[in-house]
Design a protein. Sequence first.
Length: 563
Amino acid sequence: MPSTRTTDLPEPTHFIEEAIVEDLRAGRYDEVHVRFPPEPNGYLHIGHAKAILINWSIARRFGGKFNLRFDDTDPVKEDPEYVEAIQRDLRWLGVDWEDRLYYASDYFEQLYAWAEQLVRKGKAYVCSLSAEQVSAWRGDFHTPGRPSPDRDRPVEENLDLLRRMRAGEFPDGAYTLRAKIDMAAPNMNLRDPPMYRIKHAHHFRQGDAWCIYPMYDFAHGQSDSIEGITHSLCTLEFEDHRPLYEWFLDALELEHKPRQIEFARLNLSYTVMSKRKLLQLVEEGHVDGWDDPRMPTLAGLRRRGYTPESIHAFCERIGVAKRNTTIDVALLEHAVREHLNEVAPRYMAVIRPLKLVITNFPEGRTEWIDAPIHPEDPSAGTRRIGLTRELWIERDDFREVPFRKWRRLAPGREVRLRYGCLVTCDEVVKDESGEVVELRCTWDPESKGGRSPDGRKVKGTLHWVSAEHAVPAEIRLYDRLFRTPDPATPPEEGGSFLDNLNPDSLEVVEGYVEPALAALEPGSRVQFERLGYFCRDTRHADRLVWNRTVPLRDTWSRRGGGS
């Protein structure tokens, strides 16, 4: 681990590290201490992963510390489920906070003491305006705000009201504690922002000990100071909050003052990152929970088959920027495709089955074939595949009337069955409606292993499974949840982002897979040869369900973004 001594600092790789190096060389801090401070009111998504990994990587590069702190200041929206899910996601990413797990609620007594301190200094007051009045009196970017009629309330009266607020004498909304800063400030966050509000709500850690709760902006910086955080790294939406962050630290005359530095948040095409919108998707049943594989949550990506390595690679690739941009989601899909190509074992599966009968293959016979588990990694070994008289192939691999460059199966055409043999289609069997239900073919017994015995060229290669040995499986073909690059923008005025939902984001089919796939643990990731990367579903461990992670190629680019 690198030392933080000024003579032994790592070479900065982006502007945040440059600022940290400057601080260390100037003696502002003796070490690097960062944190990730989520509010436990939802699941983490891929945007959070970027913020987490920026903090985590900086702590590691500078030999510093990394804290996990839950900013649990709103009991109405918070839930222990989210606390557990966030820790689970961080561990999956490989992030280790060691013994430094904290909660803002741990500091409620100290925060309240500081609130009284600001009141005694004449820098905070109890306000009786309603939330609607505060908003209306705040003014706008062109008009100064109107001061509250309580702004010059005497200190002793403010202290009395604040203590009675804490004692539970008043209903929700009756009063707020506000910082006394500047109602004409160009920065709206400095126009006497609220510090405490009354909420008679049960807190999942503090129980009913409190009925007033600190606002995020008040609790955040002071919690950083208590923990000895040196650099508060956050996304650009907090840039306008930085003066308030610093105002509280200065007004309280705290000895330790962290430095806030902002970076661009992660915006992905075809994705919404608003926690409010994600919660709406869950609560209204547009998705099957926070871990639905179509969600951009880490839980959803994990269940879909994404790897932590691919998330790390993606975040490293997009870098750390100062300006917000939108990243093409195809880059994220490429990252997981690239990693799975290296590590995923190969198997065969048929997701839209069509029966193929080899008429000259002996009934009851099985030709056992040893096929590689990974073609580029001999150490991965082999698996056994049984070639039998009756097989399943992909319906999409047959055309009764093929187009000119068709290289797969058609009447009179010869193709290679991967690892198996060469077969020629002799007869097409249809049902009463005219649908093709069976292909009757002959094989070349000299073509075992799929090799051409006389050097003749066979252009098409199909995957297949034995009808006798294959195992039925539910295959879930997940696609992008939204059909437009900017789903947060409604397609029509007065519409909703929900109008951009992709109706074809999930197709469930019944297919067949190699028997070896039935023995793999839930969460196992594989490549279905010629089809894509799939992950055995973790929620339905009692039955064989496979979720498509990504196809082998970016099919959306060929669709023009449509489905």
